[in-house]
Design a protein around this ligand. Structure first.
Ligand SMILES: Nc1ncnc2c1ncn2[C@@H]1O[C@H](COP(=O)(O)OP(=O)(O)OP(=O)(O)O)[C@@H](O)[C@H]1O
Ligand SMILES: [Zn+2]
Length: 641
């Protein structure tokens, strides 16, 4: 319960809690027990069995029900007289507009993805409602306070891009198991079962291998009269045998690297023992999740399968997708909760690993890597929830001098497990909370409006329902209520290159991009540029102006400083809130690893410092900096007395 003097503000407050998962359950309980009496909850999910170990407001009997509603009911049992209003919905829905947000005294987030966090940040800014943000990953966590006009907004600091890898490392020169998993998941799985119209680097081999592109054009298509067994073997031999042979033909690549070994099915299963086992014929219990393992006698997800077992799982899973899930093919995205997908990816990653002399892993481990899973720690969620409530109370009291962003560390430093830091002031060039224009370097003669909308407006700027204007001309708009002829006009525009739009976009053009729901407007100055570096600038365009980089340099990292944290990972301020799901290979880039250059063999051992959470490459939800921010160079908020 909040101290007596705080109680009035707490009792009167109307709180919006977004997300009723790991942090949200703790938060709702702590809010209720601290004296809050009017709480609205938005969560779009239903309860899953896997939530029960830490989302303690939920029980087995609630599986399948709305998290927001069940959380409300659970808390009303011990605080029956308070008002809790649940919304089983996506916070990005239009009903949660600025007017809706304005009714609240404070918004508290218990979310798990960047997209929703950015959206809530924008609505809080527009509605002028204070926001308390939070995030946890394993033992690490953080809480930040965002009050318009007083502190930075959630987006004032650049969000780190998730851990990424150069395309050539994935396609040609994997050196770690994670590279094989990314290949299996984002290339092979996507190629066989995903949207075939999407670009896919699976076939990229050495640039001089003319045959590669010729031969691989149709290889993933199943011929109409081809039986499943032949198809599976053909794919196997192509990706693990033929493609590796091709890669080997580029001798320069292997001058300083271990050569991979091509693997053909006849080498692994000379007797075609999988046929004898009847792997294609096993009937599947329709009530069970479709799985390749039972028919092959593989029981434990913790076991590391042999090459032969991986080969059988590969063939069986491929066959099951075609026999049992043919409707999904063409639309599938890898999902860590899809057993058959995990089996296929595990097998494919292991076979590739074996080819490159990389140790193989179990299905359990592969699932963790492929799904970016960092196991949640209930106590971290509880600590973070407590800190959120403490900051919410300060915000309600207007106790501006005492706002703190707080980091929860894995190991105590100077006997402190929680690191409180004064909040930063707003970044004057933040495109979200200031009006600074952005600059986009782009090839206006080759890039289509669609590329601009997808890569910049949606991905980089996080806009939900964008509207794009060139002067007074509307060139694109998204929404349900657009008339048919206008919509088909926009659709035509999307397929045009920028310079050939009805009002041509060329160097010097200023585009205005708006999201009315988020009440966000940005001006983007276009600069034509002919060429881009495929590895370093995979989008084929570069957005700047928002001095994310400058901030990074200024802040912490350079001058900041507490020696307190020097040896350990440090959770960067305001950052750990990046979603770690479904990355495209085209977005992949790993700054320190330029393995495309054959002479720059990456020294993975150097990078495998167990102190840095880096390696298993599973920590996408949290940003770890190697240098701690003690005395941030970035200006702190001027505290008024
Ligand atoms: N756009 C959104 N609108 C509403 N709720 C959201 C939105 N995005 C995420 N959430 C909710 O935020 C919560 C985050 O909780 P948490 O991180 O514990 O994830 P989880 O889905 O419960 O667990 P896990 O990902 O480990 O299975 C989830 O309940 C999720 O439904
Ligand atoms: Zn900002």
């Amino acid at each position: 319960m909040a101290p007596g003097s705080d109680m009035e503000a707490v009792k009167r407050a109307k709180v919006l809690m977004v997300g009723a998962g790991g942090i949200g359950c703790e938060l709702l309980k702590t809010l209720a027990l601290s004296g809050f009496e009017d709480i609205h909850i938005i969560d779009m999910d239903t309860i899953e069995v896997s939530n029960l170990n830490r989302q303690f407001l939920f029980r087995q009997c609630h599986v399948g029900q709305s998290k927001a509603k069940v959380a409300r009911d659970a808390v009303l049992k011990f605080r029956p007289h308070i008002n809790i209003k649940p919304y089983h919905a996506n916070v990005k829905n239009p009903e949660f507009n600025i007017e809706f947000f304005k009714q609240f005294s404070v918004v508290v987030n218990g979310l798990d993805n960047l997209d929703a966090r950015r959206h809530v940040n924008r609505l809080c800014l527009a509605a002028e409602v204070p926001l308390i943000e939070s995030g946890t990953t394993g033992f690490l966590g953080q809480v930040t306070v965002h009050v318009k006009g007083k502190t930075e907004c959630y987006e004032c600091q650049g969000k780190p891009t998730p851990k990424t890898y150069p395309v050539c490392t994935i396609t040609n020169t994997p050196s770690k198991f994670v590279h094989c998993v990314v290949w299996a998941k984002d290339l092979l799985f996507a190629k066989l079962f995903g949207d075939r119209s999407q670009e896919n680097d699976l076939n990229v081999q050495s640039s001089d291998s003319v045959d590669a592109s010729k031969n691989t054009e149709d290889v993933f298509e199943r011929n109409p009269d081809e039986d499943l067994e032949n198809y599976g073997q053909r794919i196997y031999d192509h990706v693990f045998g033929y493609n590796i042979e091709l890669a080997l033909s580029n001798e320069e690549t292997w001058r300083q690297r271990e050569k991979p070994r091509p693997i053909y099915i006849n080498d692994v299963l000379p007797e075609k023992s999988f046929q004898k086992n009847g792997y294609l014929e096993n009937s599947i219990d329709v009530n069970m999740a479709i799985s390749a393992m039972p028919a092959l006698g593989l029981k434990s997800p913790q076991d590391i399968w042999s090459l032969a077992e991986n080969t059988k799982v590969f063939l069986e899973a491929l066959s099951l997708f075609i026999k049992k899930r043919v409707k999904d093919i063409g639309n599938l995205m890898f999902d860590k909760d899809d057993q058959l997908a995990v089996e296929f990816v595990t097998a494919a990653a292991n076979i590739r690993a074996s080819s490159f002399g990389i140790p193989m892993h179990s299905l359990f481990e592969t699932k963790g890597i492929a799904g970016n899973i960092v196991h949640a720690v209930a106590t971290t969620n509880a600590i973070i929830a407590g800190l959120i409530v403490i900051e919410a109370i300060k915000v309600l009291q207007g106790d501006f001098n005492n706002y703190r962003m707080t980091y929860c560390l894995e190991f105590p430093k100077r006997k402190m497990l929680l690191m409180p830091i004064e909040p930063f002031e707003a970044n004057k060039s933040c495109y979200v909370c200031s009006e600074t224009p952005l600059i986009l370097e782009i090839n206006t003669r080759t890039s289509k409006l669609r590329d601009f909308v997808e890569k910049i407006v949606r991905n980089k700027l996080g806009m939900n329902l964008p509207l794009i204007m060139h002067g007074a001309n509307l060139i694109f708009e998204d929404g349900d209520d657009i008339e048919e002829d206008v919509a088909s006009n926009y659709a035509r525009n999307l397929d045009k290159v920028l310079a050939e739009l009805p009002s041509p976009v060329t160097s010097g053009t200023v585009l205005t991009v708006e999201d009315l729901q988020q009440e966000l407007t940005c001006n983007i100055i276009i600069k034509h540029r002919e060429e881009f570096n495929e590895e370093k600038e995979p989008d084929g365009m570069v957005l700047s102006g928002w001095t994310e980089r400058a901030n990074d340099k200024q802040s912490s990292n350079g001058e900041s400083t507490s020696s307190v944290l020097t040896n350990g990972p440090y959770v960067a301020s305001g950052k750990p809130l990046v979603s770690g799901t479904k990355r495209k290979l085209s977005e992949m880039e790993e700054a320190s690893d330029n393995s495309c250059n054959p002479s720059s063999k990456s020294n993975s051992a150097d990078r495998e410092n167990p102190q840095q959470v880096d390696d298993n490459d599973v920590l996408d939800d949290l940003v770890i900096l190697e240098v701690p921010p003690e005395v941030p160079k970035k200006k702190k908020v001027q505290l008024s007395v």
